[in-house]
Design a protein around this ligand. Structure first.
Ligand code: CO
Length: 610
């Protein structure tokens, strides 16, 4: 009998499919094996939170609360855990304290036992409200420390060294954490660093320690084993069909590796294999959600530049859209510089996206000539405190003329957010007064409202949200009686933005003609050549510096503006960018319909110097 068995948290129902299948696994495909999973003897099952809340409402027309309640029914014996992004809950911005309190309370009441709470910046300001809410609900508070590296790829250096992690661990323990988790979202934790880190934490803190890591770089199984040797209490793993690649290490080989030793998990391999067989035969219909067509199951490049896989592929498509793929190596060199300027934030969503897009802008238009609204918010302090000092020059560039103020705030960001629950209640009062529904709206006003209208029968379930069609795209051609043609060399890819959703659509002319991007945008819109599209002042033409969607104008025709005054907001690279007036004068024309897709160089406004 093992004296100190390793406990396993199974992530198959949350991070497993979030990592590998864009969070698209439907409840109906998990229900058949849920009670079998319950009998395996996992320490806990992570089944909710993270992106599952967003994906169920946005893509699957599925009520996330109902999913949780169903799991609770089917899994009565194993503690259920969720991932909570601190003050951002399961969304992408900080919410007001009343939303945080209510969300945690309802999650607990609907079935969550263990709350894993983290903040992308490891800033306790963003954790206090969620932590207190978990404590007052009487549930288990696990506080997670995001693992990151400074530059070399190994633990150490000026920021992410052993002292940093020990300090955070002690701080989180003093905030009432019932356990701590090292959350290595990018798979950067190297095996011997894990050994040193866990060994030291075991000496310095008394609550149980858990390791959450991703296979992305290929080190995760070795890292887990070294962490186990160092005494880690709990390890996250997924069933083999949803393990490896960018997901967690597989549970089966871990169980066998530890068999017979002092840290034997006691889990029966055959039970794992049975459930694994179910997934192996069920999952092929989700194949088209598999993120990577690569041969390698690991991304060895992460080991050299520490850039998470998802971020790297985003960069690739952003540069391709901006017709600047030749700048990729420059951008890869710029990323560590931008990250340093911003105070070394861990490269985790949504900050990885922010840093990546800013690095692209820095290379394309000059350093900090164009700064996204999200980076301005970050510099202003609304995401919390950066791990290290933000470059003062970047602060003044970002906050000069910033509408919220020219000096960063020095208190908890949520102190600047007014209560939101009552407004949300009022906004949905025609449809529902259910608090769980209200929370869906409070988290995502646009997609949440769409979901609530579907849920309450005011709108039909859109075709693309239905299981049959969404999960079997090849049936579309079968249904229409057409065989699927081969793609020709003329195929062009377009990004289609609908509210806050985005699709990539490939268009191939059927008459064999080829067309160019310039040909797609009509000449009536005075499409200028890309050379004129830079952010250089001079003439009164404001053109789009890159492809995107024109969200809205800030000015009206006939209005007087000074040089640098905000004219329009462009969404590009998933960031919002406020575009300034190139000259002082009068707004003569605003030529694009808000919401329209614009190409690089497209004229957005003309300012006449008079
Ligand atoms: Co994860």
């Amino acid at each position: 009998m093992a004296t100190n068995p390793v406990k396993i948290t199974d992530t198959t129902f949350r991070d497993g499919h979030q990592s590998l299948l864009a969070t698209r696994l439907r409840l109906e495909d998990m229900e058949p094996v849920a009670s079998q999973m319950d009998k395996i003897g996992f320490h806990s099952m992570e089944v909710w939170g993270g992106a599952t809340f967003d994906a169920t409402t946005r893509f699957l027309a599925e009520d996330p609360w109902e999913r949780l309640r169903r799991f609770r029914e089917l899994i009565p014996n194993t503690p259920l855990s969720m991932l909570l992004r601190g003050q951002s809950l399961v969304g992408y911005r900080n919410y007001a304290d009343d939303v945080v309190g209510e969300f945690v309370k309802r999650s607990a009441e609907n079935g969550i036992d263990i709350f894993r709470v983290f903040d992308a910046l490891n800033d306790e300001w963003n954790l206090t409200c969620a932590a207190e809410s978990v404590k007052s609900s009487g549930k288990h508070l696990q506080m997670a420390i995001c693992y990151s590296v400074t530059e070399s790829g190994r633990m150490g250096g000026p920021i992410y060294n052993l002292e940093y992690f020990v300090k955070k661990a002690k701080q989180f323990e003093s905030m009432g954490a019932d356990s701590l988790c090292i959350k290595d979202m990018a798979g950067l934790l190297a095996p011997y660093d894990a050994f040193d880190l866990i060994s030291e934490l075991k000496r310095q803190v008394s609550v149980p320690l858990q390791l959450h890591t991703h296979y992305t770089s290929g080190m995760a199984s070795m890292t887990a084993l070294k962490a186990i040797e160092a005494g880690v209490d709990i390890v996250d793993a997924a069933l083999a069909p949803l393990a490896l690649r960018t997901s967690q290490p597989a549970v089966e080989p871990l169980v066998v590796s530890l068999t017979g030793g002092n840290r034997d998990t006691g889990i029966d391999l055959n039970r794992l294999l049975e459930v694994g067989d179910y997934f192996e035969s069920m999952l092929p219909k989700y194949n088209h959600h598999m993120a990577s067509p690569r041969f390698a199951v690991i991304d060895a490049r992460v080991l050299s530049h520490q850039i998470p896989g998802g971020m790297a592929s985003n960069l690739n498509s952003q540069l391709r859209e901006a017709d600047a793929i030749d700048k990729l190596s420059e951008v890869l060199e710029e990323i560590p510089e931008t990250r340093k300027d911003l105070g070394y934030p861990p490269l985790v969503t949504p900050i990885s996206q922010m840093v990546g897009s800013q690095a692209v802008s820095n290379v394309l238009f000059g350093r900090y000539k164009m700064i996204s609204d999200q980076v301005k918010e970050y510099v202003f302090g609304m995401y919390g405190r950066a791990p290290s000092k933000v470059n003062p020059e970047v602060i003044s560039a970002a906050l000069s003329g910033y509408d919220k103020g020219s000096h960063p705030i020095s208190e908890r960001p949520a102190d600047h957010i007014k209560p939101e629950i009552e407004t949300a209640k009022a906004a949905v009062s025609d449809i529902t007064d259910d608090i769980d529904d209200v929370l869906i709206y409070a988290l995502y006003p646009t997609t949440g409202m769409k979901f609530l209208r579907i849920k309450h029968g005011l709108d039909p379930v859109p075709e693309e949200m239905k299981a049959d069609l969404a999960d079997k795209p090849n049936n579309l051609s079968t249904l229409t009686g057409l065989s699927r043609p081969e793609k020709s060399a003329s195929v062009r890819a377009f990004n289609v933005f609908i509210d806050d959703s985005y699709f990539k659509v490939e268009v191939d002319p059927t008459d064999g003609s080829s067309f160019t991007t310039a040909g797609v945008s009509s000449n009536e819109r005075n499409n200028t050549s890309p050379e004129k599209s830079e952010l250089s002042p001079g003439n009164g033409t404001l053109s789009s510096p890159m492809p995107g969607i024109l969200l809205h104008y800030i000015v009206e025709v006939g209005q007087r503006v000074e040089v640098g005054d905000p004219i329009a907001v462009l969404e590009a690279m998933k960031m919002e960018n406020t575009l300034p007036s190139p000259i002082g004068g009068t707004v003569e024309s605003l030529s694009v319909e808000p919401g329209a897709i614009v190409v690089k160089g497209e004229v957005l406004a003309i300012i006449s110097p008079q």
